[in-house]
Design a protein around this ligand. Sequence first.
Ligand code: ZN
Ligand code: ZN
Length: 346
Amino acid sequence: MNDRIARLRNLLEEPLLVTNPVNVLYLTGLDSSNVALLVEPDRARLFTDFRYIESARAIEGVEAVQTMRSLIGWLAEELNGRFGFEASVLPWTFAEQLREGGLDLVPRTGLVEQLRAVKDEGELEAFRRACAITDRMFERLVSEVKFVGRRERDVAWDTTRLYHEEGADEPAFESIVGSGPTGALPHARAGDRVIESGELVVVDTGCRVGGYVSDYTRTLATGELDAELSEAYDVVLAAQQAGLEAIRAGVTGKDADATARAVIDGSPFAGAFGHGLGHGLGLDVHEAPRLSTESSDTFAAGNVVTVEPGVYLPGRFGIRIEDDVVVTDDGIENPVRFTKELVAVS
Ligand code: ZN
Ligand code: ZN
């Protein structure tokens, strides 16, 4: 942990006030909703209230400071000088409050996030365990759970139960179960629609283990598919394979996206892939680096990213296939074991 603060110091031009609770968790191990970490050249002060102060005092390498009233109000009165702050995280009203208290604030973005993007072996271990549990969840979902005649939300609830039974700490996010036309909405919630036979069901789901998340998508079939659906499935699978093969350290997120997108744009489903190819995974479900048409990120060994192309035909169907992989110097490690062959469920 102290090593992480030391590496952050190397990136700083002025002391940094870290207010994103996930960034504080990454740097100190303290999981608190009301916390700030001030990283200075010769010390790091961890500000939190009575509820968390004992945990904060037990952390090596930081000075725990108990705040007596609102955290920001307290910092505005107690601190003086020039500080970087997390401009994409700190609310405007809080920044104003700090300025009025006399702090000279320098907006900074992405500093801790750039450290978080490269995982160490302990982080990768937690991620691989989350993947192993997600694999087992999917195996049980397709063999034990009834789809046809039940609501999407009932199937989504089964994913939560299965994660619990397989030893996950919690679901990483509310599972998406999008059947038939609902599947054409990439971020549809699992709703009241009753799943019918002969359609596709997009299941996008993940779990958290030791702080770290998985995020898979599989598209399942409730019976025989017509020729167009089968072709669309094969196109998405080929696009995903192309994306996976394009990734290694030094490649950009933009180029990986373009490689996968070219497969879809060269098919009858050109233009039907309306989102980015993927995103980083870690303590958050969406973090650096990004894989998209606008990404300025370049992969480094130790990044964990999703690869999730899709084809969406509004009002009709959606197909997405998503794996989570570790970037290496010469390619990827893909810990996802659950099949990408089209699986039939009943
Ligand atoms: Zn997903
Ligand atoms: Zn994702």
